[in-house]
Design a protein around this ligand. Structure first.
Ligand SMILES: Cc1cc2nc3c(=O)[nH]c(=O)nc-3n(C[C@H](O)[C@H](O)[C@H](O)COP(=O)(O)OP(=O)(O)OC[C@H]3O[C@@H](n4cnc5c(N)ncnc54)[C@H](O)[C@@H]3O)c2cc1C
Length: 502
């Protein structure tokens, strides 16, 4: 057996850096020293406010108290994303978490729903999702694990203040022995021969060495790109967004338990309700919209008073060609960025950490192990990319040059094959165990964007359709009754001790 790794330096203290510190410290214990270096002068991006359900597993893995997390980060519950004006202006749909139906096989659910709908016997798909029904009523709670309870279907994530989340994780990590160093790295030095990173030099002359380096320096990619030149695969031909303008506004009314994503002339805007304020942002393509017009669009449609001047961010969608190169692993924005439409960036940090633990290196840094890690990360990222492209590709909008551009653009073969399979006969499939988005998610967005199958599997129309109709009616009634019985969002947060002090 080769020697285990005994020292890790995490470079960067944004969401990625502190999530990595919390998980590595928890998983490796005293066997490996974890140090994090960050620069207060550079600061963090701090705009990731919407998440997806697996983050609850991450927080449990690192041993966070969920009620405390809600209070510390001003968090609210997220059950879905509402898409407004995407397929066509005036249209809306929900992409809810969890599966449709009451624990039935989704393929069977979708095909039976298609067969019933043909006969006018099925309701809108949202009627069969507990998360959608709770979201529409402004009701919230947390999932219970007992599979016999309908609340086992109530999958949720958080809306939180990303800056507060990083600060909270920092406090937890420091209490558990993670060493934090404040300072700006001005030089990254490499070993002669194999080019492994040996140490980093700070502005004040201090040096920090380690065996394994985690690059969490955000869009800069200080080690992975600045030093190792791992390369970047640019995806802007499919995901042309390259700017965002973000601004908080005052909270108005009770927070909705869902994110809203509204399509605009050359992009889309997000609305993310937190306990103390609402996060807003416009994501746009600079070829089609100027910064001035974006600013006007953002501040012109807020539902509360503007609380801070909008911040502008620039990015190029894509992914690092190798997210692990020699003894450097990139996590977070340094590993790539698929715009925030489906709130997947923080999830990708989590899944990168999970895989790093599965492929944890020893002192030999086996190239076979590193290549396997890179393959899995690339495959997962590309599947998420396809899902996000779908929202632009499957549109009937032709009211602006931007929407005409995205409706006409060519898309990856992996996506067109999926779209065709669904259009042909409502076929849904999962590509491997590493695919994040479920068949339910694909179904929600394809139907929501008005991609209606031409046919279906004939087997599902042959059975007893009266029985199928009765089962669907019963399912809808049970889901509605369960949603009706939930408390309002604010009442749940207060009752569960999750509301921050005002
Ligand atoms: C517009 C927008 C909206 C987003 N919305 C969402 C969302 O809703 N959901 C979601 O999951 N994700 C979202 N994201 C992504 C999310 O914000 C990031 O994934 C997350 O914040 C992680 O950022 P990071 O830690 O990689 O980088 P950063 O937050 O940029 O942190 C970089 C760190 O590196 C340090 N650093 C850099 N250079 C040096 C140096 N030379 N020396 C020392 N330290 C250095 C900095 O000090 C900082 O601590 C969004 C991103 C953008 C751009």
């Amino acid at each position: 057996m080769a020697e285990p790794i005994k020292s890790i330096l995490i470079v960067g203290g944004g969401t990625a850096g502190w999530m990595a510190a919390a998980a590595l410290n928890r998983s490796l214990g005293p066997h490996c020293a974890v140090t994090l270096v960050e620069s207060d002068d550079i600061g963090i991006v701090g705009v990731g406010e919407a998440t997806v359900p697996p983050i609850r597993d991450f927080n449990a893995l690192v041993g966070l108290d969920e009620a405390e997390l809600f209070r510390e980060t001003q968090a609210t519950i997220k059950l879905a994303i509402e898409f407004v004006d995407w397929g066509r202006i005036g249209g809306r749909y929900l992409h809810p978490f969890g599966a449709y139906g009451l624990g039935s096989q989704l393929g069977e659910f979708a095909q039976t729903w298609l067969a019933l709908r043909e006969r006018g016997l099925a309701d809108d798909i949202e009627a069969y999702s507990l998360c959608a029904q709770a979201a529409l009523r402004g009701r919230a709670s947390l999932r219970v694990p007992d599979p016999k309870s309908p609340l086992s279907l109530l999958f949720s994530a958080y809306h939180f203040d990303a800056g507060l989340y990083a600060r909270y994780l920092r406090r937890v990590c420091e209490d558990r022995g993670v060493k934090r160093v404040e300072g700006e790295i001005v030089e990254v030095r490499q070993r002669s021969g194999d080019g492994f990173v040996s140490d980093v030099k700070l502005k004040d002359g201090r040096t920090l060495d380690a065996e394994l380096f985690i690059d969490c320096t955000g869009f800069r990619g200080l080690l992975i790109e600045g030093t190792l030149k791992a390369g970047y695969q640019d995806w802007s031909r499919w995901l042309p967004m390259d700017r965002a303008m973000a601004a908080p506004c005052a909270r108005v009314g009770e927070p909705t338990p869902y994110t809203r994503a509204t399509a605009r002339e050359a992009g889309w805007r997000w609305r993310i309700p937190l306990q103390h304020r609402t996060g807003n942002g416009l994501v746009y393509c600079s070829d089609f919209l100027s910064d001035e017009a974006a600013h006007e669009d953002l501040v012109g449609a807020l539902d509360g008073d503007l609380l801070a001047e909008p911040r502008r961010l620039a990015f190029t969608t894509g992914r690092r060609c190798k997210t692990w190169d020699r003894n450097v692993v990139a996590l977070g924005l340094s590993s790539g960025f698929i715009e925030p439409l489906e709130s997947t960036s923080i999830h990708m940090i989590q899944s990168g950490i999970h895989r790093l633990l599965q492929h944890f290196p020893d002192a030999t840094f086996s190239p076979v192990n590193i290549a396997a890690y890179n393959r899995r990360v690339s495959a997962e990222t590309e599947l998420i990319r396809d899902f996000v492209i779908l929202h632009y590709h499957a549109t009937q909008r032709d009211d602006s040059p931007f929407w005409r551009h995205v409706a006409a653009m060519s898309v990856p073969d992996s996506l067109s094959e999926r779209v065709e399979a669904f259009r042909d006969r409502g076929l849904l499939y999962q590509v491997g165990a590493d695919e994040y988005f479920s068949q339910s998610s694909w179904l929600a967005v394809m139907l929501g964007q008005n991609l209606i199958p031409r046919g279906r599997n004939p087997l599902y129309g042959m059975g007893d359709m009266d029985r199928a109709e009765a089962a669907f009616r019963e399912m809808k009634t049970r889901i509605a009754a369960t949603a009706d019985a939930l408390p309002s969002h604010d009442a749940f947060l207060t009752g569960a001790g999750m509301m921050a002090a005002r």
